[in-house]
Design a protein around this ligand. Structure first.
Ligand SMILES: Nc1ncnc2c1ncn2[C@@H]1O[C@H](COP(=O)(O)OP(=O)(O)OP(=O)(O)O)[C@@H](O)[C@H]1O
Ligand SMILES: [Mg+2]
Length: 242
């Protein structure tokens, strides 16, 4: 497993040498594809096990009283979630389109996010301004939700215990412009140009996949995602064609 020092060395090598950058990027992509494929293959039988247990529980409700039954079910759900996450990186550009209201989606996300902040009892102030009448949008609702949640999670991690997060969305002709702003720690200078590349992270325990996956999803919709950060004000902008 690469540690932080190895990753820094690798990043330096990639900055200094174009050929090395190309080869390492390719290797990282191959590695990620292998991880996603394995995760996908394990997820299939695990989903079967999970469904069988759910049927068993429905037919024989008394099993709920069994020692460790609930814990086992929770563990299986967790493993399914974990494997989903590992698979999703590889599937970032495969979209399942539907027609939906982006206004409703963003308003729902805002409400859930606000509730989750309240539950954690922090001094983070969250506000949103989601324009009405943005019309119908055709795209992958679940994946776009993932993008916005990634941005909000990063903003939350950046502000820590105290700060402001602001989510806005409006329509400009045939584009939807979504902005996620925060007044947290700001994006470190040394990674501002590479934050959308895989495995770029300054967090202990971070995978550095959140933004690269988000960029894949946005680009698969024909859109763009960009970041600006100065004086502790960070703005991520997602620009999607309608
Ligand atoms: N709102 C933000 N403010 C400051 N820095 C940010 C912000 N969003 C992202 N970053 C920087 O970009 C890096 C990459 O973000 P990304 O979401 O891809 O990975 P991560 O958050 O480190 O890990 P993971 O998403 O897997 O938990 C972060 O480690 C952080 O340094
Ligand atoms: Mg993240």
């Amino acid at each position: 497993m690469l540690n932080h020092i190895d990753i820094n060395k690798m990043n330096r090598l990639m900055e200094e040498n174009r050929d090395a950058k190309q080869i390492i990027t390719q290797l990282l992509e191959n590695h990620q594809t292998a991880v996603s494929t394995i995760a996908h293959e394990i997820r299939n039988p695990l989903t079967l096990v999970s469904s069988s247990l759910q049927i068993m529980e429905a037919q024989h409700p008394e099993v709920k009283e069994f020692f460790n039954w609930k814990q086992t079910m929770d563990d299986i759900q967790f493993m399914c979630g974990l494997l989903n996450e590992l698979c999703s990186f590889n599937n970032g550009s495969i979209l399942h389109h539907s027609v939906f209201s982006i206004e409703k989606l963003l308003k729902n996300i805002s409400v859930s996010f606000a509730i989750s902040l309240d539950a954690e009892d922090t001094n983070i102030e969250f506000s949103s301004r989601i324009a009405s009448g943005m019309g119908d949008f055709t795209g992958d609702k679940i994946k776009l939700e993932e993008v916005i949640l990634n941005l909000l999670r990063n903003a939350k991690e950046a502000v820590g215990q105290r700060g402001h997060i602001f989510l806005s969305a409006q329509r400009d002709h045939n584009r939807i412009i979504i902005k996620c702003q925060d007044d947290g720690c700001g994006i470190p200078d040394h990674i501002i140009d590479t934050v959308f590349e895989p495995f770029v992270t300054d967090k202990e325990g971070g995978t550095g996949l959140g933004l690269s996956l988000s960029r894949r999803i946005v680009e698969a919709h024909g859109g763009t995602i960009s970041a600006e950060s100065s004086d502790k004000k960070t703005i991520f902008t997602v620009n999607l064609p309608v």
